[in-house]
Ligand binder design. Structure first.
Ligand SMILES: [Zn+2]
Length: 407
């Protein structure tokens, strides 16, 4: 029996909260100065399994998640092959559960093979409790198919998660602007993103159903979503810490380590994006964790892969920019990292309450460190934040039992 502060854990369950008399066999843990909160839910993670195990395995990815205080991840389906059958989804969930680390919630493809032609058999996934679908990496380009997908998910209160990128728009390597001009690299304008946000919102107006727009990098996109949310509760979105913390200038020092899709935008856009998060509408914070082996990142920007790792930096960076920087209270920030992403994925959120499974993070908000100093648990190290001073570190995670660190 472990007692965490004024929280009693017994047999993997929260026995009680408050001033609890401890049994003689109890282990008391002094948590003064630390924070205790339910496990974080990162709704946008690329685990690369199957097919990309040279970048990440379930073991390394889920260990990195716990090191970041994340106990459940929404797993993107752009694996090889893509996750478009219940057999694949349930095999992944079983393998993850055998590891006993963080939970995997697969987010299956909208269309078979992510080919944008034929919808997956959504009802078969619903029967196993999976109600969110995405072709992430690409948009659902065909309006009629998007309409059909939204209508289908509306029958079971599911959601379509759209990677907003205007169909047919040429894909550059960085943001179109000062840095693309300076480095003479093909850019991607912000309009590529927000035109697709506008397209999807307008398709949804006709079809109904729930729509989620993921990894928004343009303040125009975020503003459109916040305005759309005034007339419907069926639209939501997420932002990543890296689009709030870094701007395109990072490419000058971090090179391909700062290459991602959508790309880092201008400083003005970054500040506006952060400002709009002060509006009250359903937005989540997600990492878009995208591991790549070194040989796919240590290349000239034009040749390198898109994406950065992010599980271990999700919460420290979100604290830095949204709590310390923008003044969002920590309890409110946790809503964007636990409650809102859980509701989008269609699962009940981890809660600190009696009779709940102990799914608890012990976090030291004062510890200062770099990822380079402590070492990353991920199978890849493609992050521009490797040498950035981070504030706040996950010390321990319980998920029924102690699964990371220690008091
Ligand atoms: Zn994406």
């Amino acid at each position: 029996m472990d007692a965490v502060g004024d929280l009693l854990i017994s047999g993997g369950t929260i026995e009680g909260i408050g001033r609890i008399p401890l049994g003689v066999d109890a282990m008391e843990i002094d948590c003064s100065g630390k924070w205790i909160f339910p496990g974080l839910v990162d709704m946008h993670v690329h685990l690369r399994v199957p097919g990309g195990e040279d970048a990440e395995t379930l073991q390394s990815g889920l260990t990195a998640a716990l090191a970041g205080g994340i106990t459940r991840i929404g797993m993107m389906p752009n694996t090889s092959p893509p996750i478009d059958t219940t057999e694949m989804a349930s095999a992944l969930m079983q393998r993850a559960s055998l590891l006993g680390l963080a939970d995997v919630i697969p987010v299956p493809c909208v269309t078979m093979g992510r080919q944008g032609r034929e919808l997956v058999d959504m009802m078969s996934f619903v029967e196993m409790g999976l109600t969110a679908f995405t072709d992430d990496g690409d948009p659902v380009a065909d309006d009629a198919l998007l309409d059909a997908a939204l209508k289908r998910v509306s029958t079971f209160n599911g959601v379509i998660i759209e990677h907003p990128e205007m169909p047919g728009a040429p894909r550059g390597h960085v943001n179109q602007g000062r840095i693309s001009n300076l480095l003479r690299i093909t850019g991607m304008p912000e309009s590529t993103e927000y035109q697709d946000v506008a397209r999807c919102i307008s398709v949804r107006e006709q079809s109904g159903g729930r729509l989620h727009l993921t990894h928004l990098s343009s303040p125009v996109s975020l503003d459109m979503v916040s305005k759309a949310c005034m007339t419907t509760d069926s639209i939501s979105c997420d932002v990543t810490p890296h689009h709030l913390v870094l701007d395109e200038d990072a490419l000058l020092t971090e090179h391909a380590m700062a290459k991602m899709n959508p790309p880092l935008r201008s400083k003005e856009s970054r500040l506006l994006l952060t400002e709009i998060t002060s509006c009250r509408f359903p937005w989540a914070v997600a990492s878009d964790h995208a591991p790549h082996p070194q040989h796919r990142k240590e290349l000239p920007i034009q040749e390198a892969a898109f994406g950065i790792t992010g599980l271990e930096t999700l919460f420290p960076l979100a604290l830095e920019v949204l709590h310390i920087g923008a003044g969002l209270p920590v309890t409110e920030l946790l809503r964007h990292l636990i409650t809102i992403p859980s509701s989008i994925l269609g699962v009940s959120p981890p809660r600190l309450a009696a009779d709940q499974e102990a799914e608890i993070v012990l976090f030291d908000p004062t510890e200062k460190y770099t990822l380079a100093e402590i070492g990353s648990c991920s199978g890849s190290s493609n992050t521009p934040f490797m040498r950035r001073k981070l504030s706040g570190r996950t010390r321990a995670v319980w998920k029924g039992r102690l699964v990371h660190g220690g008091p």
